[in-house]
Design a protein around this ligand. Structure first.
Ligand code: GLN
Length: 511
């Protein structure tokens, strides 16, 4: 077997047995990136030199018999939204194009502390707003299964690099589906942990009450490994939960006697692609044959999920993104252009005898900076959010959305009284073509129908590969659990992978 074919868990064993060195592993991945990333464009930065140095250092420590960490010598790719000391943390936005982070996000620090190798930074939708990675200011990423198609988003680069064997492990973030949806569309595993399970410190905020960091991997066992490394309470993030972290890896093989799975009625309605329906139904049968009890459950407020999410997330975004004002850090519009435009305005106003309505230089600087620094989708969200929060509309939109959010949370609590986990599709359809939905934001938003409620309720969910469309595009299966039940989610998803081989299939890369 070649190095690239090993899962991270297998690599870990080979490295521990000294059958492989980390330098060999990192070199193999760097070569794969060189060969294929020109076409896929999953990475925005490859940390070549430092990764090799780090690998050599871990190798020599291991050779000397020193204790090494959980991820020792294994490469990890990191989404652009996670602050990494000394590296650009651009959020795939022109606004932060030249921003070099002075500190590490807690998850990045944890990977370093566990001796994982930081392989590079992955492309994403600008500020994590999107479902296709087409909103990156630095160009779109392609789906490794067919480069005419999107990889999903916003963690599109994070998913594509794993699907194209350019990284064994990667970190994504999920506010309304951004780990699970690209994982589903690229045929890999994506885990969105419970809100609070993983620290958000150093995760550049999009919607703070929904954002969560999680693993994107080839196998469920690898997700357990990466979650083990990043989970836990962090005093730097007051929303991180002080809940003990179980041993995800040890528990993986524990049998699941009496498992109760709930099929979400609302996830099988109108708009669900027939091939997706079939693949998910087949997976449900796999669980039935393993002895699980299958029943139907309802999440009656699921249908309001998109509306509530697309009010709450933009509202939080409009507030979070206020900090990009051209003063503190990041992009600032060209000062000569600012003065020139102000002068032209002045001339016009003088001619009209209306000098008093002249724009102040500061306001002009803010407006020009933000108009030029943000892309169209980010601006759309800021406007939507500002509107929903403004006096007179707050009660009608934002507050109403919060009430709906509470009802959605209650639906989950009710459902989890009946069943252990929920099962259904990740997305209504397999991947769509690049450019197909860019002119129609609403149809892009509707694709998040099965993922946003998880975030609104703060529960955990995993996406695992469960089939292919006749066009050869991957299809994802979603399992959702109550808060802090990642352990069970991983065990049940792992059980599926012991019975099926969808996760072993590799994307047909053209060199
Ligand atoms: N697609 C959703 C959105 O555009 C989710 C994004 C995310 O989870 N970061 O907001």
């Amino acid at each position: 077997m070649s190095i690239l074919e090993y899962s991270a868990t297998e690599l870990k064993k080979k490295l521990e047995a000294k059958e492989l060195t980390s330098v060999e592993v990192v070199t193999a991945y760097l070569n794969q990136i060189k060969e294929y990333d020109g076409e896929i464009r999953a990475f925005s930065f490859v940390n070549e030199e430092e990764a090799l140095n780090q690998a050599a250092e871990v190798d020599s420590r291991r050779k000397r018999g020193e204790k090494v960490g959980l991820l020792a010598g294994i490469p990890v790719a990191v989404k652009e939204v996670l602050a990494t000391e000394g590296q650009k943390t651009t959020c795939s936005s022109k606004m932060l194009e030249n921003f070099v982070s002075p500190y590490n996000a807690t998850v990045v620090q944890k990977i370093k502390d566990e001796d994982g190798i930081l392989l590079g930074r992955t492309n994403m939708d600008e500020f994590a707003m999107g479902s296709s990675t087409e909103n990156s200011a630095f160009g779109a990423t392609s789906n490794p299964w067919n480069t005419d198609y999107v990889p999903g988003g916003s963690s599109g680069g994070a998913a594509a690099c794993v699907a194209a064997d350019m990284a064994p492990l990667s970190l994504g973030t999920d506010t309304g589906g951004s780990i699970r949806q690209p994982a589903g569309l690229c045929g890999i595993v994506g885990l969105k942990p419970t809100y609070g399970r993983v620290s958000r410190y150093g995760l550049v905020a999009f919607a703070s009450s929904l954002d969560q960091v999680g693993p994107m991997t080839r196998t469920v066992a690898d997700s357990a490994l990466l979650l083990q490394a990043i989970a836990g309470h962090d005093r730097l993030d007051s929303t991180s939960a002080n809940v003990e972290v179980p041993d995800y890896l040890n528990d993986l093989e524990k049998p699941l006697a009496g498992l109760r799975l709930g099929v979400v009625t609302e996830h099988f309605g109108e708009g669900l692609d027939e091939e997706v329906r079939q693949a998910v139904n087949d997976s449900i049968e796999v669980y039935r044959s393993l002895g699980a009890t299958i029943s139907e459950v309802s999440l009656p407020h699921n249908k309001y999920g998109i509306a509530a999410y697309y009010l709450i997330a933009p509202s939080e975004a409009s507030s979070n993104l206020a900090r990009y004002d051209g003063v503190h850090y990041g992009y600032r519009a060209d000062e000569r252009e600012i003065w020139q435009e102000l002068t032209e305005e002045r001339h016009r106003l003088v001619a009209d005898g209306d000098e008093r309505s002249a724009t102040s230089p500061l306001v002009k600087m803010y407006c020009k900076t933000r108009s030029e620094g943000f892309g169209a989708e980010v601006k759309r969200r800021i406007m939507l959010g500002t509107y929903a929060l403004s006096a007179g509309y707050y009660d009608a939109y934002y507050l109403k959305a919060l009430k709906v959010r509470r009802l959605i949370q209650k639906d989950y609590l009710e459902a989890f009284k009946e069943v252990d986990l929920l099962i259904g599709p990740v997305t209504p359809t397999p991947a769509f073509k690049t450019g197909e939905k860019t002119g129609d934001p609403l149809s892009m938003y509707l694709g998040d129908l099965f993922t946003v409620c998880t975030n609104l309720a703060g529960v955990a969910a995993i996406s695992i590969p469960c089939g292919f469309s006749k066009d050869g595009l991957p299809i994802g299966l979603q399992l959702q659990s109550p808060q802090f039940h990642e352990q069970q989610l991983l065990r049940v998803a792992h059980m599926y992978q012991t019975q099926t081989d969808w996760h072993i299939k590799r994307a047909p890369l053209a060199s």
